[in-house]
Each structure stands twice: as C-alpha cells, then as structure tokens.
Write a protein that binds this ligand. Sequence first.
Ligand SMILES: Nc1ncnc2c1ncn2[C@@H]1O[C@H](COP(=O)(O)OP(=O)(O)OP(=O)(O)O)[C@@H](O)[C@H]1O
Ligand SMILES: [Mg+2]
Length: 258
Amino acid sequence: MGASRLIVAMPKGGSGKTATAVAFARGLERACKRVLLVDLDPQGSTTAALRADSSPGGYTACDLLLSPETPFAPLRVAPYLHLVPAPSQTIALEFEVQALNQLAGPVTVRAALERVASAYDYVICDCGPSLGAVTYNALAAGPILVPVETTRLTVSVLTRLTKVVAQLRGVAPGAFILGYLPTRYTAHQTESREALNALRTLGGRRVLRAVIPQSTAVARSLAEGVSLFDARYRASQAPAAYLAAIDEVVSRLEASHG
Ligand SMILES: Nc1ncnc2c1ncn2[C@@H]1O[C@H](COP(=O)(O)OP(=O)(O)OP(=O)(O)O)[C@@H](O)[C@H]1O
Ligand SMILES: [Mg+2]
C-alpha cells in the first residue's frame, strides 16, 4: 500500500505549519516510519529546519511537481527521513501550476505524491501561507491538517479555508480537513484560552484533543536544526504534545482509509 498523505496547510503566516510538519516527520521517523517531507513553501523554512539547504541545481519541489521524467532524488536527512527541498523557481512554479489547475484541475501535487509514495509510510507536505495556485493544488492531494495558532483566532481565515476545501471536493473528492491542531497555546493567557474555546466551538470534533504549547523548545529545534525529540528538549512539554497529536492524526488517517 502507498503512503498516507498529510497536507499541512493554513493560509495564515506563523500558525505553526512548519513546526508541525517538521515535528510530525521527526516523530514518525523516530518510530521507524519511512517519511517523505515535501517543502512546498518558497520560504523554505522546512528545508532550513532540516539543515538541508538544497545545492544549486539540486532536486526540488519544482522537479517533483513539474518534471515527472526527472529521476526522483530527495535529500536523505536521516535513514527514515527524506526531504524534497523548497521550490527553486517560485514564480514559474506558481504560474505553471495555475495553468495546470485551469487545464486539468488540481491534480498535480496528488499525481506527484502518488508517483513516489510506494517507498514511504507517510508523505507530509508543508504549504506556504498564501492560498495561491500551489497551495490550492496541494489541498486537493489528501487529508489536510490545519495548525491554528491560539492567540488571535482568525475565524475569517478558517472560514475561507473550509470554503475552498468544500469547493475542491467537487474536483478532488480526497480533499478534506482531517483535523485542526491548536498550536502555540499559553494556558495562563486569557486570550489563548478564549481562542482555544472558540476553536473548539467552531471546529467541534475536527479539533484534536492534543494542544501544542507555546514553547521555546519548538522554536529552538527549528532554528537549531535539531529534532524536537532530542534529549536536550526533554524538559519541555512540547515533544509529548506533538507525540499525542501524531497518535491522534495517525488514528484518523487509518480510520479514513477505512
Ligand atoms: N509551539 C511553538 N512554540 C513556540 N514557538 C513556535 C511554536 N510553533 C511555532 N513557533 C515559532 O513561531 C514561528 C512561526 O512558526 P512556523 O514557521 O511553524 O509557522 P508557519 O505557519 O509555518 O509560518 P509560515 O506561514 O510563514 O510558513 C517560528 O519562528 C517558530 O519557531
Ligand atoms: Mg512555514
């Protein structure tokens, strides 16, 4: 069977998409699952967080999406963790995918992932903050995990995202929101508690039970290029919170496979 796909998306900057995509990849890798992480964000934060800056002319998300004839050549970050680095020619990619969306519907990312999925247990895509052609196409590629920052709840962004996903289902039945993951939670801040309550009211059972705390370990692990599950972050609550989130997401993925 091919890999389970997971598209990490939320059209708002700083929601914890990259932190989540990287923590999920590291957590699954740690459990000896074969993981492919695809960095679809031109900002390349995931690529940087894995200390895997692609070499000039190296294989990137542009090749994965637009050149099926180019041999698949992900970077090997760890024995069980491979990475397709961020797209190099962002504007060209955005234009080409936009044209493909109009021509054939949003099937480019899905087709690309299906080509390479057999070598992995999980394929995780980190999307950028803009709801452009590439993100739109990626949303159609599989179950979507939506990290939601619990500071100022952006109801309008969530409404927009759910509308886009609902529209997409017409052309891509696989597009659905697997779950909302509350991130950057600070229990002693009223604003954070209110945001979490509002998200639970709005998202109901789609909201995961796991809540990712605001934690310097998360920011440091991204900045230092070290797995969140490294011993140095042991004192933090964030690794356990991410492991709980991974368990929930894996169960939901298994349930969605029927
Ligand atoms: N749980 C957390 N605790 C503390 N800092 C966090 C947490 N999650 C993310 N951050 C920090 O917040 C910033 C934004 O997080 P991240 O890059 O994961 O968001 P993003 O949604 O991917 O943003 P973008 O839309 O720009 O790609 C980063 O500096 C990151 O280190
Ligand atoms: Mg990001």
